[in-house]
Design a protein around this ligand. Structure first.
Ligand code: FRU
Length: 477
């Protein structure tokens, strides 16, 4: 039996063995893509191809830690209902045997072509990296092409996560990298045929003057044009916390500027964090057939806390964020839940105006919209969102997984809170502030029996509260 077939069968067996246990978890998500079993991390190969949305994902089927990753696969016709498809890629070859790491998808000549990093670790733990490709005619069954790009000089083997796109008849690829002197950067390749790649140099670097210092490794770069400007999204590692900024172990953010394709030069401004919550990392975007720039992120972070999330005992860990539509306003990325998600609503539970602190009873899969100036919201007696007008800060607190001490994340909001939208699932909350100007994405392991949602408007000014219950049967395994 081929190695590929053996690994596929082992992954299928892992699903069969644990699926009943996974389902019993009270924290199992209702409408967020989660692994059938094992660990899920980065979104990969995010594309709408021949009408269908495909989201591949980094997957460890055999346990709830990291390791030799597979590409799992969800597909959807509407961005609401998702179906688990057969395993897309297994780490079965010499060039990817320690993991088919993250990458992206394009339509090429009517086929779908995916690019990913072949991660190889030898007996001594020495890493090698290969940028590989694979093709499919149905989006499901892939044929690997092998290695397309070897490690260029000047970089350590922390060189990965190819994202490919087309511009003006040429193909381009960004790769996240670490220079030999241990700085994070993003490099650019160019190709006529999406097969033979020419190294064009670095687009940005940890020590650019816009940053000072921005870490020792940059992962998961994504470069796209929005409203006539180029956005480079990436996840730097090694940035120290600074007041309310960079509070997660690893960050995700972006720079906005102008890419000169001829010169392979990228003029850009400062780094801005994309999300202010506790768990958000390695997002990927694509342009769908409606021309929207859609983003999905990993609702996790490779930090020590991921190892103590309560779902491990049920043989799964992590999930994706909901799909979000991006726009650029005054140099800032705005994220809004895709409009299709209104189809998740099963019925409206509340539509009320409140002038004082008010308690609502919600389902554990709910959408809440609050319009009006807000002082405080208490989500499931577990997470609190508080606005401090003196400091102009909006702060989310929750008990830490480990010792239960209160931990917090904040964003600057000098103009106050006018609007909040919450997507609450059994163990997560995504909070879109003022129409997506800021977002807090976090797992939330509140007591499964708790159903309270408390709103306190500012200075007794009326706020409108609308609450919908959401569907529970949209991820099909
Ligand atoms: C980001 C990342 C990527 C890598 C993948 C491995 O979370 O570390 O750089 O390709 O995960 O699973």
């Amino acid at each position: 039996m081929s190695n590929d077939r053996k690994l596929r069968e082992q992954a299928d067996t892992a699903i069969e063995t644990y699926q009943e246990i996974v389902k019993q978890d009270p924290y199992r998500q209702a409408f967020h893509m989660s692994p059938p079993v094992g660990l899920l991390n980065d979104p990969n190969g995010w594309i709408q191809w021949r009408g269908t949305y495909h989201l591949y994902f980094q997957w460890m089927p055999f346990h709830t830690g990291h390791g030799a990753k597979f590409w799992g696969h969800f597909s959807s016709d509407n961005l609401v209902e998702w179906k688990l498809e057969p395993t897309a890629l297994t780490p079965s070859d010499w060039f990817d045997r320690s993991g088919c790491y993250s990458g992206s998808a394009i339509d090429y000549d009517g086929k779908m072509k995916v690019y990913y990093t072949g991660n190889v670790k030898d007996e001594k733990g020495q890493r090698q990296t290969y940028q590989c490709s694979a093709e499919t005619v149905d989006g499901i069954h892939f044929v690997k092409n092998g290695v397309e790009i070897e490690l260029p000089q000047g970089y350590t083997p922390h060189f990965r996560d190819p994202k490919v796109w087309k511009n003006g008849g040429q193909w381009y690829m960004v790769v996240g990298a670490q220079t030999e002197d241990r700085f994070g950067c993003v490099v650019l390749f160019e190709s006529k045929d999406a097969k033979e790649w020419e190294f064009r140099g670095e687009l940005s670097h940890s020590t650019r003057e816009e940053f000072g210092y921005l870490g020792y490794m940059w992962e998961c770069p994504d470069l796209f044009t929005l409203d006539g400007q180029e956005v480079l999204l990436f996840s730097p590692q090694g940035v120290e916390a600074d007041g309310i900024d960079y509070n997660n172990l690893y960050q995700t953010g972006y720079v906005v500027g102008k890419l000169d394709y001829q010169q392979a030069q990228f003029q850009h401004n400062r780094f801005q964090e994309l999300d202010r919550g506790f768990e958000f990392y390695a997002p990927q975007t694509m342009c769908d057939e409606k021309g929207r720039r859609l983003l999905v992120g990993w609702m996790g972070c490779p930090d020590p806390e991921e190892k103590i999330q309560p779902t491990h005992q049920y043989h799964w860990v992590h999930c994706m964020t909901i799909p979000r539509e991006l726009s650029l306003e005054h140099g800032k990325l705005i994220q809004r839940p895709v409009e299709e998600l209104t189809d998740l609503r099963t019925g409206q539970r509340y539509n009320e105006q409140v002038t004082k602190q008010t308690d609502f009873t919600i389902d554990r899969a709910s959408e809440v919209q609050v319009n009006g100036p807000i002082e405080e919201v208490n989500v499931l007696d577990y997470a609190r969102l508080v606005y401090d007008p003196d400091r102009g800060l909006l702060t989310l607190t929750r008990p830490a997984y480990g010792d239960g001490t209160v931990e917090s994340r904040s964003c600057r909001l000098p103009q106050g809170v006018q609007q909040l939208q919450f997507y609450i699932d059994r163990s997560s909350v995504e909070i879109f502030v003022n129409g997506g100007e800021e977002v807090f994405t976090s797992r939330l392991f509140a007591d499964p029996d708790v159903r309270t949602f408390e709103v306190k408007p500012r200075e007794s000014i009326a706020a409108d509260v609308q609450i919908w219950s959401l569907r529970d049967n949209v991820i099909h395994f």
